[in-house]
Design a protein around this ligand. Structure first.
Ligand code: GLC
Length: 737
């Protein structure tokens, strides 16, 4: 379970004493040897079973014939042999570093030991350790492996058991921790949720997990560059246009801007087909426009991430131009080439997302090349180390030039089955629930073309580069099962990954409710999104109109509390539904193959103000303007305190004021309140939403409300307490002590 080993979620450390925090091995051994002689037991047999167990338990196992009183006497004798034997008792290696680290991080801790109170105090004193909470065998009915001691320590520290890390060097101790429902860290090569070579390592890991990186809980905003803001009047968005609109983003509370691809490109997939990874396309304003945007954003304290599109290049990339001209070219192996099948057709049955086979014949060399998207987007060969090194250098290049990270395009696709085996067809009548692909693609099981395990090693490699620059990597991984998705962000893989559950669904309150819960449980490092440039907008999928907008907003209120990054797709802040694009006026290659899947509806220009060009352009927009109403524009919504824009702005402003409370814990739990609402609690904060279409009466508020979707008068300075009635899709944030 990822949660368990996520040290950032740990709120207290519970340490065993002997062999863990205190090095008392010699003294323990001497005492048991003398005791064994006195009681006529083989000393060799004793030590094996004594470690980590209360003395009485060991005595009982060795001398089953003794009655309770005699067992107690024998255990006391064993302790007595150790009370004065403190000469070589010291703090274990790394113990001082660990305790100093806990002190600095203000992480509460306790010692839970099988020794009695007198012995524990004597040993800790000899080792120079003074724990804030000490639980000994005198404080419990049964010692380890019984969990009572650990549970009692958690209670005294006022920390939930699941947020306590047990550190142990013996099996009975680890068993006690597990039985208490606590994650465990094991020493001496034993098996815990974490295996530690020593306490110093734990100090280091905790330290690292506590330095909260800038992107944790950040508010991100996706700019779809062609459609955000045009500064030149050519009808096509550009980087200077983005610079000119930073006020809007700053007012909204955006901290990270993701720019869709700005590289030189023939734009056959609007930038997702790159011809030069190190150049900014002139149509977006060239390098100077990017430098200007980075400088202005950074001055405002905003970060900017790019889009790393390295599953494929453009067929106009010099690598592909050379590779397709000559089979002996050194760049040939940057791509995936195969001979035709015996009948002259494609080498296997893989399909392009945008229609037709995933293979195109290249007459110059008589082979086919692979492309999971358009024929103009040939797939790169990630089994070639030279290619991997090129991409490392490209990532380095941009991070050194000032980008703060990358959204990773099709992050789960890079590696393909080595044998390029056929995908099995799905049983007749079954189709994948996937969107953004053709119907033919949905009839295959994509066992061999995408989501191959080798991608994690590539992500780990990029992570090392990113961490050197304090940069952020967020993956585009269309893996809807949150537990499978969590594997992409565990350990030293991607920092985060979008979870597309809310992007791929229409409105179904119950289903959305359970989906969110499973994503919350899977990982605290997901990126929450409702939409992007590849799918119908959330407001439309959620029913459209006022109801669609209210549903989207209620989910934003829940998202505001969840650990991970909070993302908006441009226009979501205005409550935009899909733009209208009449047949024949679209530009999306997918729309040409599968009209009902066209992505144009989410890509129509951003409506800044009423009138021709919508304030997006003074010219003729590259895509139809989407038939926006005046009320959908930024200008119209800005002055209305109850507008979608201002409500979302209020939500994000409230969240910003509560940052320190959010940062206190990543541990989020679903809570049941007095009424049938969806509620989550994160430390002192709650998010409560009525996702249903019926009102909820008499909801007792467990803490003061500081944000209310339906009442701009509710603020952290003017909270509301007591009982509330929640209209359909009304949502609240509550903040307690
Ligand atoms: C990603 C992009 C999409 C693009 C595809 C191919 O899914 O979001 O817009 O068409 O990759 O690069």
């Amino acid at each position: 379970m990822t949660r368990r080993t996520d040290l950032a979620a740990i709120e207290a450390i519970l340490l065993d004493m002997d062999g863990t925090l205190v090095d008392s091995d010699a003294s323990v051994e001497r005492a048991w040897s003398i005791w064994a002689k006195e009681y006529g037991v083989d000393p060799g047999a004793v030590l094996d079973i004594a470690h980590g167990s209360p003395a009485a338990r060991t005595v009982r196992r060795l001398l089953p014939a003794l009655d309770d009183e005699a067992v107690m006497a024998a255990a006391q004798r064993q302790h007595a042999l150790q009370y004065e034997d403190l000469a070589d008792v010291t703090a274990a290696p790394g113990a001082r570093l660990l305790l100093a680290t806990l002190d600095r991080l203000q992480l509460p801790w306790a010692v839970v030991t099988s020794a009695d109170g007198r012995l524990a105090k004597a040993r800790l004193h000899a080792a120079g350790i003074d724990p804030p909470v000490l639980l000994t065998i005198d404080d419990v009915r049964a010692g380890k492996p019984d969990p009572e001691g650990y549970l009692e320590a958690a209670r005294r520290l006022r920390v939930a058991p699941s947020a306590c890390l047990v550190v142990e060097d013996s099996e009975p101790g680890l068993a006690a921790g597990r039985a208490a429902g606590m994650p465990t860290a094991a020493l001496r090569g034993l098996d815990g949720d974490l295996s530690l070579p020593g306490l110093g390592r734990l100090a280091h890991l905790l330290q690292r997990s506590r330095v909260r990186p800038w992107w944790r809980d950040a508010v991100g905003y996706q700019v779809y560059l062609p459609s955000f803001a045009d500064s030149t009047g050519d009808g096509w968005g550009d980087l200077t246009g983005v610079s000119a609109r930073l006020d809007h983003l700053e007012r909204l509370g955006v901290e990270v801007v993701w720019l869709t691809p700005f590289y030189r490109s023939p734009m056959r997939d609007h930038g997702y087909d790159i011809a030069d990874y190190r150049a900014v396309d002139p149509s977006f304003g060239g390098q100077a426009a990017l430098d200007g945007l980075l400088a202005q954003a950074h001055r405002r304290g905003m970060r900017v991430i790019g889009d790393l599109v390295v599953n494929h290049t453009s067929d106009a990339h010099p690598w592909f131009v050379a590779a397709s001209a000559c089979a002996a070219d050194p760049h040939r192996d940057y791509y995936i080439w195969r001979d035709p099948a015996p009948d002259g057709g494609p080498p296997n049955n893989w399909l392009s997302h945008f229609g037709g086979p995933a293979w195109t014949f290249s007459p110059a060399t008589g082979q086919y090349y692979l492309h999971l998207f358009r024929p103009e987007q040939p797939d790169l060969n990630w089994r070639n180390p030279a290619l991997a090194a090129e991409i490392d250098a490209i990532a380095e290049y941009w991070l050194s030039r000032g980008l703060d990270g990358f959204r990773i395009d099709t992050a789960g696709y890079l590696v393909k089955d080595a044998g390029l085996r056929d995908n099995p067809p799905l049983p007749a009548g079954r189709i994948l629930p996937a969107r953004g692909v053709t119907m033919d693609w949905r009839r295959q099981e994509h066992r061999h073309d995408i989501h191959q395990p080798g991608v994690h090693a590539i992500h780990e490699r990029w992570r090392r580069i990113a961490d050197r620059h304090d940069a952020f990597l967020v993956g585009e991984v269309y893996e809807l099962d949150p537990r499978a998705l969590a594997r992409f962000v565990e350990g030293e893989r991607l920092h985060s990954s979008f979870w597309f559950g809310l992007v791929e669904t229409d409105w179904d309150a119950d289903r959305i409710d359970t989906m969110i819960e499973s994503a919350v449980l899977a990982s605290p490092r997901l990126s929450w999104v409702q939409g992007n440039h590849d799918r119908s907008r959330a407001v439309t999928r959620f029913g459209g109109g006022l109801r669609g907008r209210r549903r989207s907003l209620a989910l934003h209120a829940l998202m505001a509390l969840l650990p991970g990054t909070f993302w908006l797709y441009q226009g979501e802040e205005l409550g935009l539904g899909d733009g209208r694009v009449s047949p024949g006026h679209g530009a999306d290659p997918l729309g040409a193959a599968q009209p009902e899947e066209s992505r144009d509806v989410a890509r129509t220009p951003m409506p800044w103000r009423p009138g021709p060009g919508l304030g997006f352009t003074t010219g003729h927009p590259w895509l139809p303007d989407g038939a926006r109403g005046d009320g959908e524009t930024v200008a119209a919504q800005q002055d209305d305190p109850t507008s979608h824009l201002n409500t979302l702005g209020r939500l994000l402003a409230t969240r910003r004021r509560l940052t320190h409370v959010l940062a206190a814990t990543d541990d989020v739990r679903r809570v049941r309140l007095t009424a049938p609402v969806t509620a989550y609690r994160r430390g002192a904060l709650w998010a409560v939403a009525n996702l249903r279409d019926t009102p909820v009466a008499d909801l007792h508020l467990p803490a003061p409300a500081v944000f209310d979707t339906d009442d701009p008068g509710v603020t952290p300075d003017r909270p509301r307490t007591g009982y509330a009635r929640l209209a359909p899709q009304q949502a609240l944030l509550l903040a307690g002590e």
